[in-house]
Unconditional design. Structure first.
Length: 73
């Protein structure tokens, strides 16, 4: 299964599952990233951190560590 980090700029992906635990997982869920939601990758910084995405109409920045915990299809 691939992670959000593997999704190319300009592509969308559907969240299948969130891995990780504790505060990291809670922070991801607090941003509205939950199972079944569509994420559009808008921009990735040259070194891969942060990753700018659009989720439910909101523009967010995710750290690389957070993106690695979001499993997508």
């Amino acid at each position: 299964m691939k992670t959000l980090k593997d999704v190319a700029v300009g592509d969308s992906a559907i969240v299948k599952r969130l891995s990780g635990e504790g505060a990291l997982k809670r922070r991801i869920m607090d941003m509205g990233v939950t199972k079944g939601v569509e994420i559009f990758v808008r921009k990735v910084a040259p070194l891969g951190d942060p990753i700018e995405v659009t989720v439910r109409g909101y523009e967010l920045s995710l750290r690389k560590a957070e993106a690695e915990n979001i499993l997508v299809e």
